[in-house]
Design a protein around this ligand. Structure first.
Ligand code: RRO
Length: 269
């Protein structure tokens, strides 16, 4: 049995869909999601032009979770826009990470015009771009970034298009009201919590080395390791939005493998 849910006005037949991650990058993977139980299809974060990403090995997983330093490999926004009509069974969301504000604006400008795109998730939290920090950890930069986006892109001409943000994990409780006070200035429909936990390190004691190559082995941690952090971020944003009477939906992400994991996220908000 699946639980119906909604993101704002969009009614979904189930309450689970894929995260924007390493398995939604090419058409084969996206079509597989279109035929799956996923309630919608969400693409890998797209840049303006195709990117190869970081050197391999850049992904490793085991029972407790994963580490990745993919470095935003993707086919470029035109690829994800061009294949939009082939996603026939599900709403199609595109994740966007322009790397620069100028590129993000160009991507968004093209994406809002595509009638086959139901939603956009703006990724403010990739931990793996060499030489760059995570935007959503810098409150001033995030505010400026969102201000420019929402004052430049004519989202109001596309009132049914859903706009969300992919956020990194926050830890200290004082971050939640601070982030919320920025988000509430803009017409954001949903947030996705959380992206991977940035710059973790997995070490293989047998080979006495790290398990991925980029950034000295450091990468975003996902899977079981991060579920308690994901639950806490969902809970804290849910409570803060409720307190401030804001209608922003919270999508849980991180360490979901079973129905019980889903239920825990639902309980948190
Ligand atoms: O491609 C990546 O390295 C990556 C991205 Br864009 C992201 O948002 N989160 C992550 O763990 N890896």
């Amino acid at each position: 049995m699946s639980l119906e849910t909604n993101i704002r006005h969009l009614l979904l037949p189930g309450c689970i869909y894929n995260a924007s991650g390493p398995r939604c990058t090419d058409i084969k993977e996206l079509l597989k999601l279109d035929k799956s139980e996923s309630a919608l299809v969400l693409s890998k974060s797209a840049t303006l032009v195709k990117r190869e990403g970081n050197p391999k090995p850049r992904y490793f997983d085991h029972d407790l979770g994963s580490i990745n330093s993919m470095g935003l490999p993707n086919e470029g926004i035109n690829y994800y826009l061009f294949l939009a009509p082939t996603i026939k069974n599900k709403p199609y969301f595109i994740s966007v990470n322009g790397l620069t504000l100028q590129d993000t604006l160009k991507i968004l400008n093209g994406t809002i015009r595509n009638k086959n795109v139901t939603g956009i998730e703006i990724n403010l939290s990739c931990p793996n771009i060499i030489g760059k920090g995570q935007l959503a950890y810098d409150m001033t930069e995030m505010d400026t970034y969102l201000h420019t986006i929402f004052n430049t892109i004519e989202f109001s001409l596309h009132p049914t298009l859903l706009i969300g943000l992919k956020l990194p994990p926050y830890f200290d409780l004082h971050w939640y009201p601070m982030v919320t006070n920025i988000l509430k200035k803009y017409p954001i429909h949903f947030i996705t919590c959380i992206n991977s936990l940035g710059n973790g390190l997995l070490v293989d004691s047998e080979s006495e080395s790290v398990v991925i190559k980029p950034k000295g082995g450091m990468g975003g941690i996902g899977g079981k390791y991060i579920k308690p952090i994901g639950l806490s971020n969902v809970r804290n944003f849910y409570l803060e939005f409720e307190k401030q009477n804001l209608k922003i939906d919270v999508i849980g992400c991180g360490g979901i493998e079973t129905g019980l994991d889903i239920f825990e996220y639902i309980l948190c908000g």
